[in-house]
Write a protein that binds this ligand. Structure first.
Ligand SMILES: *Cc1c(COP(=O)(O)O)cnc(C)c1O
Length: 358
């Protein structure tokens, strides 16, 4: 039976990448060693590290006025690093569009005067607030957004118009759609959704943001400058996760880059939303214009039917479709590495289930 993994994260990785990892595991490039065993100061690792950096720059078209950093601690650690490093005036506005932005906001509130400029909580985070109607404060250090909301299945298709830098959590949409990096002061993303195994977090920070003085008590390992000044090799980096990220970057490049990923993702998500909109049994609650390309939540109108669906789906090889615990129901995460056939097979399965359970 073919297994299709719809997990929200850690999530499906390209078959080709996993096969390469398998081939490399005992003997990387004739070194007689696994990447897990190599000194992070060795030539072999250095090549991996630098190729990963330069491929990411190429794929996202990142200019020389930005630093690219590989950090540990996940996106959750970025929730703290952002206010610790960027707070000069100690004023930041946050747009609250779900669990992750709320966590980022709560963490920032420990270090800066953070204010929720807008929220979509009133309709259970099923939409992105109208950006033109938000009143931001003056004199802000930054505005923070969660670009794709992994749990609620929404995404931004435009950015707020502000005269301070925008900082974005792109954990679940990085490399899935073209992002104009020049519009941001900083972008961060955990790797385990679209890039590789958990353990490495990408931070892309404009150099004028890096020049800000971190809060006085900020630990060395939470300063972006510690990473930027040392090519992310101040201490031992998550070498193996970075190596796998490099392989995924090669794979994205080979398939035509991020714009090709986006086309493919729009196609896959389109198939699924079209079916959901035509179904009498399954519904996606998200405002159409704000629907995520990566995470598609859906429900039936009965808890019992949800359960039955999930158990039959699992038995048929459609894995990890259970919705996040705060939302219930189902969620199909269809990241870059989910093949079109996986989405088509899921839709066929849902159609069949719908017929059988009328
Ligand atoms: C998964 C996720 C996080 C949390 O990432 P960790 O690496 O587990 O800290 C934060 N934000 C978004 C948008 C996510 O999808």
């Amino acid at each position: 039976m073919t297994i299709y993994n719809f997990s929200a994260g850690p999530s499906v990785l390209p078959e080709e990448v996993k096969k390469q990892v398998q081939r490399d595991f005992l003997d990387y490039n004739g070194s007689g060693m696994s990447v897990t065993e190599m000194s992070h100061r060795s030539k072999a690792y250095d090549d991996i590290h630098n190729e990963a950096m330069s491929l990411l720059r190429e794929l996202m078209n990142i200019g020389s006025d930005y630093e690219v950093m590989f950090i540990q601690g996940g996106a959750s650690q970025q929730f703290a690093m952002v206010p610790l490093n960027f707070s000069e005036k100690k004023r930041a506005d946050y747009i609250l569009t779900g669990n992750w932005s709320n966590k980022a906001f709560e963490e920032a509130s420990r270090y800066t005067d953070a204010v929720a400029a807008a929220s979509s909580k009133d309709q259970k985070y099923t939409y992105i607030p109208d950006l033109d109607k938000i009143t931001f404060r003056d004199n802000l250090d930054y505005v923070h957004i969660t670009q794709n909301n992994t749990i609620f299945g929404t995404r931004y298709t435009s950015l707020p118009k502000v005269d301070c830098p925008i900082v974005a959590d792109a954990s679940s949409n990085i490399l899935s759609e073209v992002i104009d990096v020049n519009k941001y002061g900083a972008i961060y993303a955990g790797a385990q959704k679209n890039i590789g195994p958990a353990g490495v977090t990408i931070a892309i920070v404009r150099k004028d943001m890096l020049a800000r003085t971190p809060l006085e008590f900020c630990p060395t390992m939470l300063k972006y400058s510690t990473f930027a000044d040392n090519n992310s090799l101040y201490n031992t980096p998550p070498c193996f996760a970075i190596y796998m990220a490099m392989l995924t970057f090669r794979w994205v490049k080979k398939l035509g880059g991020v714009s090709e990923m986006q086309k493919n993702n729009e196609y896959k998500a389109g198939l699924l939303y079209d079916y959901l909109d035509s179904s009498d049994m399954f519904k996606n609650p998200v405002a159409k214009k704000d629907r995520s390309l990566m995470n598609v939540p859906f429900v039936t109108d009965s808890e019992e039917l949800n359960k039955k669906f999930l158990s039959e789906a699992t038995a048929n090889g459609f894995i990890s479709l259970k919705g996040h615990k705060i939302l219930g129901g189902m969620r199909a995460s269809i990241y870059n590495a989910m093949p079109v056939e996986g989405v088509k097979a899921l839709i066929e399965f849902m159609k069949k289930f719908e017929l059988e359970n009328k």
